[in-house]
Write a protein that binds this ligand. Sequence first.
Ligand code: DQA
Length: 142
Amino acid sequence: MKLLVVNGPNLNMLGIRERHIYGDRDYDALCRYIRGEAAKLGCEVEIFQSNHEGAIVDRIQAAYSDGTQGIVINPAAYTHTSVAILDALKAVQLPAVEVHLSDVNQREAFRHVSYAGMACEAHFIGLGFEGYGKAMEYLCGK
Ligand code: DQA
């Protein structure tokens, strides 16, 4: 099984940004965690991170024809604003799972809306790194 993990803006700043919310571990640690989980599950994984909405749309579109079988996505701030990412996920018709490190539902009201989440069949929210593992496990079990 070939999975694509998409991480949105500022996730590359993990370990520096708002550590009381996102923790001390940095983005490389997240990537190592994701690769470790993929190895345990016996699936192939590509990790993509961008701070640019259009680049994220382009990467999701490319997944339509590059053999990707499932998408794990943490669109970060674009979660709450981007109809373009929602439409891209709908366009490629691949199973998608939404992940957030923090519990967005317990934070500011503007974080309670998830556009991308509307195209996702499962959601792992507020579980830290483990949410990615659970999302990958969900997709590999399909
Ligand atoms: C986030 C939550 C978003 O609201 C925020 O903009 C992020 C990270 C999370 O993983 O908890 O950048 O997606």
